[in-house]
Design a protein around this ligand. Structure first.
Ligand SMILES: CC(C)(COP(=O)(O)OP(=O)(O)OC[C@H]1O[C@@H](n2cnc3c(N)ncnc32)[C@H](O)[C@@H]1OP(=O)(O)O)[C@@H](O)C(=O)NCCC(=O)NCCSC(=O)CC(=O)O
Length: 428
């Protein structure tokens, strides 16, 4: 695959971020000449980006951590700008935006190196890659931003260049005073993060993310789908085997099922301890709750850390065991207090080092990523790209309410085993 950078330009009022959370939105075009893209679509995308940034000003800023400050902050100055990279590629649009196996490196090529957006155009369609620093936003905020951008672009096309205000559901709330924490959680979290980075000197205040996995050349992406019917079938399987009152959401069923496939596929010593976690959106779980539009990062982790071995999930009852654990963790969220997050966060990083396999989830079944229509139709595919051998991604199924899409990225040999286990497990 070759990639040819056509233009790198600044769009005001707009920043420069590290990029741990990455997503690519693929749009298929009907009228798709190169000229049409450059003369019509791209100017619309840039204009609407500029318009929507008025409501999302922190995204135009810089996340900094001054020497004498206890916490990092987002600083926005006049004339700050988002760096937009426009690139053309001869990559196969249908392959990359599909559900089958595709080279991980080619998907990563569609993301900007450091800054925030990267659009690539060719005759079949274009993609928008978004990379966001977790110190600034979580999945909820970053996908809300793309939806807001898409909304402005689509309205602008429809209303003949009239600029309409954002609906309330897409207007971010920046009020930090809504968070009632008297336990000094922020300072505790900063301490933990800094000690994790061996940044104990109190001098260097690093904002760089914890390094991502090195993806091998043989790493491939794939997207698996569980239809609503598949989920229902798996749900019934649990009900017939477990007498407990379980929380059998699509999320719990899907994660438990995929986790058992991942553990079996890894093989090895079945006595090895394994861990898996997920994060929950705490906007509506805090007391008092935050608005759904709260701008920032409001995620709490919960997991099972080395309390089970591979054998517990790889065997006959492994799926039900995983469901029971996940169900319990989701239910426990209703009584979790904000101060417990620091302790949990520390466990995550302690066990990540000693666990033989550590599952995690990016994205969610609630983000509505397929709603981002810029005026040329819904995305044909959305991929969370910041995943690796153990971290999977989740999204609502594009074409069916109730189904789920699961993204994976790992070496091809292991993935092939996962795929076989995944489909054969659904046949039973
Ligand atoms: C803790 C959870 C994962 C548990 O999910 P569950 O689906 O099991 O449980 P639940 O109680 O939330 O939902 C029960 C049922 O109601 C539905 N439901 C409830 N609230 C909803 C809402 N606000 N929007 C849409 N659906 C909702 C669920 O889909 C589910 O239906 P049904 O049973 O039919 O399924 C979730 O509550 C949650 O907080 N999800 C958000 C996680 C998130 O935002 N992750 C992004 C991390 S950031 C990241 O990773 C980076 C990035 O993405 O960029």
């Amino acid at each position: 695959m070759t990639i040819h950078i056509v233009e790198v330009s600044e769009v005001t009022p707009a920043p420069n971020l590290d990029s741990p959370a990455k997503r690519v939105f693929f749009y298929r075009l009907i009228e798709s000449t190169r000229e049409h893209f450059h003369s019509f679509i791209l100017p619309k995308l840039k204009l609407s980006l500029s318009l929507v940034l008025r409501d999302y000003l922190p995204l135009c800023g810089r996340i900094t951590w001054e020497l004498n400050e206890p916490k990092p902050s987002i600083v926005v100055s006049q004339n700050d700008a988002i760096l937009v990279t426009i690139a053309e590629t001869d990559a196969d649009f249908s392959l990359l935006s599909g559900y089958g196996q595709r080279p991980a490196s080619e998907l990563h090529n569609l993301l900007p190196e450091v800054p925030v957006f990267d659009d690539s155009a060719k005759s079949q369609g274009f993609s928008i890659g978004v990379a966001a620093h977790h110190g600034v936003s979580d999945g909820k905020t970053s996908t809300m931003f793309v939806k807001a951008w898409a909304h402005v672009c689509k309205q602008h096309l429809k209303e003949n260049n009239v600029v309409v205000p954002l609906p309330e559901t897409l207007t971010p709330s920046f009020d930090r005073s809504l968070i009632k924490d008297t336990t000094g959680l922020d300072e505790q979290m900063i301490k933990i993060v800094r000690s994790m980075k061996q940044d104990k000197t109190n001098v260097s205040r690093s904002l760089s993310p914890i390094p991502a996995w090195e993806l091998g050349d043989d790493f491939v992406f794939t997207t698996l789908v569980l239809s609503r019917g598949d989920v229902e079938k798996l749900r019934e399987r649990v009900k017939s085997k477990s007498p407990s009152q379980l929380h059998l959401s699509t999320f719990v069923i899907a994660y438990a099922y995929v986790w058992t496939c991942l553990v079996k596929a890894r093989g090895g010593n079945m006595e090895r301890p394994v861990s898996f976690l997920f994060v929950a959106d705490f906007r509506e779980r805090l007391d008092p709750p935050l608005p759904a539009t709260y701008f920032g990062n409001c995620m709490f982790p919960a997991g099972s850390y080395n309390s089970k071995t591979a054998a517990d999930f790889a065997g006959e009852g492994g799926f039900v065991t995983a469901v029971e654990i996940l169900s319990g963790l989701v239910k426990d969220f209703s009584s979790r207090k904000i101060e417990t997050i620091a302790e949990e966060y520390k466990m995550v990083f302690d066990y990540a080092v000693v666990s033989s396999q550590f599952g995690a989830v990016a994205g969610s079944t609630r983000l509505g990523v397929y709603e981002s229509d810029f005026g040329w139709g819904r995305p044909v595919k959305v991929d969370a790209v910041s995943i690796d051998g153990n971290k999977i991604s989740m999204a609502e199924r594009r074409d069916e309410s109730g189904g789920i899409e699961i993204g994976m990225c790992m070496n091809k040999a292991e993935l092939d085993i996962v795929l076989t286990l995944f489909s054969s497990g659904l046949q039973n």
